[in-house]
Design a protein around this ligand. Structure first.
Ligand SMILES: Cc1cc2nc3c(=O)[nH]c(=O)nc-3n(C[C@H](O)[C@H](O)[C@H](O)COP(=O)(O)OP(=O)(O)OC[C@H]3O[C@@H](n4cnc5c(N)ncnc54)[C@H](O)[C@@H]3O)c2cc1C
Ligand code: FES
Length: 462
């Protein structure tokens, strides 16, 4: 897919940049003495079906086709007939695999804490948490046609509490940028699920495992205690706010694991996260469209750990005016590769627009029958959707259900106890606070002013 959209040179640059990033984490953790479980290990891509079936043969044929392309762009890839993963002692018999050398794994939180400790000892480093940014704007005027800046240069960053930071350059590493459309319309927004399940030490090979299903499952290993390791098993993605049954997804991951790895023990942790899929499968890292000094990093799909590291190099080079060959593939302003995916962008837009039909939807009957610890959208008149949450003591919080980004109607996510927007994936806590962009602010209070505003919007929309 990357070769189709970016050509062979683009695919090679992508492979080089990821290769650089995953080795850079190793170098940094070694240099700074960070114990973050960094290991170089292989990746195995296997069929989801049993060897001997037609489905297995079809998937393996697809995997085999990719190998020469991967080798040509410099990846350490080979196909191994009859390859069996150590510890995969259950069903299906997965034999055969595309084997990728020179992969790596690490514990991102341990790594980040180590880097932060080092940064705190550096002169002029300052880190402010709990400082939500509301606006990031450039001083002067940027004229995109001639790519020229008129007036004073600099960036003004404003927080929701009214604080202002003036700087020469700003990077929005906010997982998704704070903007209305542009990049926002070029991505799909998915939730993804994970479990950490115990496995006796040494019984499963320490490797990265992916099956070849359309909605694939994957496996990583991490430390647990003297007796066991954890297998982190993930997958079961779906569009944000467009499906529920989250508990069944955790169950599906657990069943998938137990069927294949019969020594698996207890599930100690389970959680979900948000994944941003660019339509052309490439992250957006570089100058924000229409800006000269504001940079963005987004569209990580399941590769944000390597993207984050390579973004550190690429954005530093862009700011310092150093040529970097990766710049063109990750350029947020690129158009060619996105045009190649036009049919799927149109399909996605239609699907996204269909989410506005929730304007007339009622998710809960009334507040009295809403169980404690649950939320939902109440809309008895069909034009004033209200997000309602009842806490464990029975106290009710009410907000406008209109997402402040572009007025999608939020949905209750019972797993995370949040309100999620099905249009572009913004998320809000049960107290209405913004927890994931592109929204810049939280849900509006459900008061007379809020209701009046919604009445006007309803009139305009209908
Ligand atoms: C289950 C799961 C498994 C994954 N597995 C892998 C993997 O194996 N390999 C891989 O490479 N990637 C993987 N990923 C993807 C990777 O974890 C993410 O892409 C990556 O963590 C994104 O990093 P980030 O720094 O861009 O965003 P985040 O880690 O989300 O950080 C963004 C930060 O910005 C802050 N923020 C947001 N808005 C504002 C604002 N307005 N003002 C101030 N601060 C703000 C947030 O509070 C947050 O601290 C996985 C993701 C999930 C969910
Ligand atoms: S995130 Fe765009 S409308 Fe909600």
């Amino acid at each position: 897919m990357i070769k189709k959209n970016f050509g062979e040179e683009g695919a090679k640059l992508t492979a080089d940049s990821h290769d650089w990033a995953l080795h850079r984490v190793g170098e940094i953790s070694k240099e700074l003495g960070i114990d973050c479980e960094y290991r170089i290990l292989p990746g195995y891509n296997v069929s989801q079906y049993t060897k001997g079936t037609k489905e297995h043969a079809d998937e393996i044929a697809e995997l085999k086709e990719e190998i020469p392309i991967c080798q040509k762009i410099g990846l350490d890839a080979k196909f191994v007939e009859d390859f069996k993963i150590k510890g995969w002692d259950g069903e299906p018999d997965q034999r055969d695999a595309a084997v990728f050398g020179r992969q790596a794994t690490f514990h991102p939180t341990k790594y980040l804490n180590g880097v932060l400790k080092w940064l705190q000892k550096q002169p002029n480093f300052q880190c402010y948490t709990r400082s939500r940014v509301h606006t990031c704007s450039e001083k002067g005027l940027h004229v995109p046609i001639i790519d020229t800046h008129i007036g004073k240069k600099g960036v003004k960053v404003e927080t929701v509490t009214g604080r202002t930071v003036m700087c020469n350059h700003a990077v929005q590493a906010t997982v998704v940028p704070l903007q209305l459309l542009s990049i926002i319309a070029e991505m799909e927004y998915n939730r993804t699920y994970c479990i950490a399940i115990r496995i006796p030490k040494g019984t499963v090979e320490d490797a990265l495992i992916y099956d070849n299903a359309d909605k694939y499952k994957y496996v990583r290993m991490t430390q647990c205690d003297d007796k066991d390791d954890y297998m982190v098993v993930g997958g079961c993605d779906h569009a944000v706010g467009q499906e529920d049954e989250q508990q069944q997804r955790y169950k599906e991951l657990e069943t998938w694991t137990r069927e294949r790895f019969t020594k698996a023990g207890s599930v100690d942790y389970k959680w979900s996260g948000q994944i941003f899929e660019p339509e052309d499968y490439m992250a957006f890292i570089g100058r924000n469209s229409g800006n000269d000094r504001i940079y963005i990093v987004t569209g990580d799909s399941g590769n944000g750990l390597t993207h984050g590291v390579l973004a550190g190099k690429l954005l530093t080079d862009l700011i310092l005016g150093v040529d970097n060959p990766w710049a063109k593939i990750y350029d947020p302003k690129r158009k060619t590769s996105l045009l190649k995916e036009l049919p799927s962008i149109v399909k996605h837009d239609l699907q996204v627009n269909a989410q506005y039909k929730r304007w007339a939807q009622n998710d809960i009957e009334d507040i009295a029958s809403l169980p404690k610890g649950k939320g939902g959208v109440l809309n008895p008149t069909g034009k004033l959707p209200r997000a309602v949450y009842k806490d464990q003591d029975g106290k009710v919080s009410e907000f406008s259900a209109l997402c402040p980004h572009m007025h999608g109607i939020v949905c209750w996510n019972d797993d995370e106890k949040s309100f999620d927007c099905p249009v572009h994936g913004s998320r809000f806590s049960k107290d209405g606070m913004a927890i994931c962009g592109p929204t810049k602010g939280g849900l509006n209070a459900w008061n007379e002013e809020g209701k009046a505003k919604q009445e006007v919007m309803w009139e305009q929309a209908s």
